[in-house]
Design a protein around this ligand. Structure first.
Ligand code: ADP
Length: 519
């Protein structure tokens, strides 16, 4: 090649490289970049066709970009390139000859020249190769190869950039998935405490949509106060960006929803230059933990109170009976013994209830369902209670043709026991207590109705929780551990039924439960 021809050539190459650089700056589309690079390179060395193949994870090559590449050549070369081998083999003279043969065999062309250059990254990793073919006897010169080297380097950079972009994209998608699917609430704030990202758990916890939250100052979205009334999102006016992880606990109060207790931590995220980039806020729902803690302390106070009364009565009466300095009056002895038995029974009942409550919690409440006559069980229970009160009038309301229920008789007795004793306890001024049942589709619905103090609407759900007692003056004067209705609900549900209550404060309550009909 003459000098002027070479400098023309060189000029072309520089223009092409400049154009490629321009495209690089405006696009990160790898296939568009490779196509341009290959096109210029092929033009420059007058190739008839060519391709760029990239290395696959298994160590083979795969054609990603073709230049005037006939389909049949592509089909012929692909399986050849797909064979795993040391990547240097692909540029070995003898292998290039094989390629020529393969190509000529399908195209019936007389290609005689082939040149190939690996695409090499700075760290020597070979990421692919550029292959160009042409007819004629003029072989590719070292000059051609030198010119092509720049194109191969550009292609390698494009591959590296695309890989980095892909890696970033994967990394971003991974982080997003971790944030979005985290069961704990995660929120990202900018340094001005405006919300940038909220995950699904947060939107569920706060009852706001992502659109409602993003862009807002966090105090506007997060109505979160700690026990001393401080706002748990940092101050609105002069935000003190945290320099270390801050932790607080508070309640999320949403009208019409159960209060959720959360532990919130704020972690600052600093950029390389030490500037605050984000504040990462995580919410952990600790409601259950708090409930368990509360339950534990309620359990201790209720149980100690409920145990103390019968124990001190038993001790008092037994102590008096044991005195040797006085001859006891026989009536007093009988009455004292009756009280001791009654209080011992109360203790036994409390212990039984506690054992049942613990069985319920461990799922070990045993049931032996048999066909049972509900009316007979209710009648027997009522007979026992009749002797305990003269203020209440008991009415039994069972139709004659009521079918037998499928229930565990002992447990059913426990249900009536609890409901009737509550009906008595919580109607201190007496009144009617109606116990009955009726058939309702494929179930039997039983009820215990009283004319007592009733239950306010807000308490209706809570009374079925363990150790829950409505706070009233009556609570202080009646005994109870708040386990009765918890057991009733668990027993009825274990027998395949359901339980609910209707009540009006001051007018009375009606407890309903269903049971399956015996087959
Ligand atoms: P306990 O009677 O030991 O307190 P329960 O679980 O049986 O526990 O009842 C829970 C609470 O529900 C009671 O403390 C009481 O306030 C309320 N309750 C239950 N039955 C009635 C009723 N028939 N009328 C009014 N309040 C009731």
């Amino acid at each position: 090649m003459s000098l002027s021809l070479y400098s023309q050539y060189r000029q072309h190459q520089l223009e092409a490289l400049l154009e490629i650089t321009r495209i690089f700056a405006s696009s990160s589309d790898l296939s568009a970049l490779l196509r341009t690079i290959l096109g210029y390179a092929a033009d420059l060395v007058h190739a008839d066709f060519g391709y760029i193949a990239l290395t696959t994870p298994s160590g083979a090559l795969r054609i990603t970009t073709g230049y005037r590449l006939p389909t049949e050549v592509f089909e012929q070369l692909s399986p050849y390139l797909a064979q795993k081998r040391p990547v240097e083999d692909f540029w070995a003279e003898q292998e290039l000859r094989r390629q020529l043969k393969l190509v000529n065999a399908v195209t019936k062309a007389t290609l005689e020249q082939v040149v190939s250059l690996p695409l090499v990254l700075e760290d020597e990793e070979v990421v692919g190769g550029i292959f160009l073919f042409r007819t004629g006897t003029i072989a590719f010169t070292p000059g051609d190869r030198m010119l092509l080297r720049d194109f191969a380097d550009q292609a390698a950079v494009a591959v590296r950039n695309a890989r980095q972009v892909e890696q970033l994209r994967t990394e971003k998608a991974r982080v997003e998935a971790i944030i979005e699917n985290n069961p704990n609430g995660i929120m990202l704030l900018d340094p001005q405490l405006r919300i940038e990202i909220v995950n699904r758990a947060i939107t569920r916890l706060l009852g706001v949509s992502e659109d409602e939250a993003v862009g807002k100052h966090c105090t506007r979205v997060l109505k979160l106060e700690n026990r001393t009334g401080e706002h748990l999102c940092l101050g609105e006016s002069t935000p003190p960006p945290p320099t270390r992880v801050l932790y607080g606990e508070g309640d999320i109060i949403r009208p019409g929803h159960k209060t959720v207790t959360v532990g919130v931590s704020y972690s600052p995220l600093f950029g390389g230059d030490g500037r605050l980039v984000n504040i990462i806020v995580t919410f952990v729902d600790i409601t259950r933990y708090r409930e368990a803690e509360n339950l534990k302390s309620t359990f201790i106070s209720v149980i100690s109170h409920e145990l103390k009364t019968p124990v001190s009565l038993i001790k008092g009466y037994a102590g008096t009976l044991a005195r040797t300095d006085v001859t006891p009056d026989p009536d007093f002895v009988r009455e004292s013994a009756e009280i001791i038995v009654e209080e011992a029974d109360r203790l036994t009942e409390l212990i039984d209830n506690l054992l049942d409550a613990s069985r319920i919690q461990t799922g070990a409440l045993s049931m032996d369902p048999q066909p049972v006559d509900i009316a007979a069980v209710a009648q027997k229970t009522v007979e026992r209670f009749r002797t305990q009160t003269d203020r209440h009038q008991f009415i039994l309301d069972f139709p004659d043709d009521l079918p037998l229920a499928l229930a565990d008789e002992r447990r059913l007795r426990q249900v009536f026991d609890n409901l009737i004793s509550n009906a008595i306890k919580y109607s201190p001024r007496g009144g009617k207590i109606t116990i009955g049942a009726l058939r309702r589709e494929d179930k039997i619905m039983a009820f215990v109705q009283d004319e007592g103090v009733g239950i306010s609407e807000e308490e209706l759900d809570a009374i079925f929780e363990s150790f829950y007692r409505v706070d009233s003056s009556l609570r202080r004067s009646t005994q109870g551990a708040g386990l009765g209705l918890f057991l009733v609900k668990a027993i009825v549900q274990a027998m395949g039924g359901d339980v609910w209550v209707q009540s009006r404060p001051g007018q009375g309550s009606a407890f309903y439960f269903t049971l399956p009909i015996a087959p």
